[in-house]
Design a binder for this molecule. Sequence first.
Ligand SMILES: O=P(O)(O)OC[C@H]1O[C@H](OP(=O)(O)OP(=O)(O)O)[C@H](O)[C@@H]1O
Length: 160
Amino acid sequence: MATTYATVTWDQLHRDARILAETLMAKGPFKGIVAVTRGGLIPAAIVARELDCRLVETISVITYDDESRGKPEIIKDPQVTGDGEGYLVIDDLVDSGVTARVVRERLPKALFACLYAKAQGKPLTDLFVVEVPQETWVLFPWDTAPLFIPPLAKKLTTGS
Ligand SMILES: O=P(O)(O)OC[C@H]1O[C@H](OP(=O)(O)OP(=O)(O)O)[C@H](O)[C@@H]1O
């Protein structure tokens, strides 16, 4: 199946993070937030601001593309969270759910929330804002840049 793209602007991302924060207000208060790097960093910052939460930790999960292929590894462990009780984990997206599974194994008592969820990853998150089709590639604002596109008329006259 052909890949389709969903572009998320800064404004949209900010709006979606605020929507998530509003839902999270009823689930807190939280001792702190754990951002899943790197995609969860900016959503976590927005949620932390809305929830007036000053303690922000990180967890980093990486899946190497070499001989240990497919085996995700925690390369940065959160320091003060214990088993995650009272903590909120924030990521931008759950796709296959591999990252969320590893994070949940490490922080089984934390609440896991993200902005966008694909079908495969959806069961791994407690909360999300928007569901995205599995075959859609989400283009986050930090991964994109505005680009000049020539006018159609110009394209027609030059034939390019
Ligand atoms: O559900 P999954 O299939 O595990 O995919 C979701 C993960 O993939 C992305 O991170 P990525 O591994 O691209 O790293 P990055 O955030 O550092 O760019 C995203 O931020 C999630 O953490």
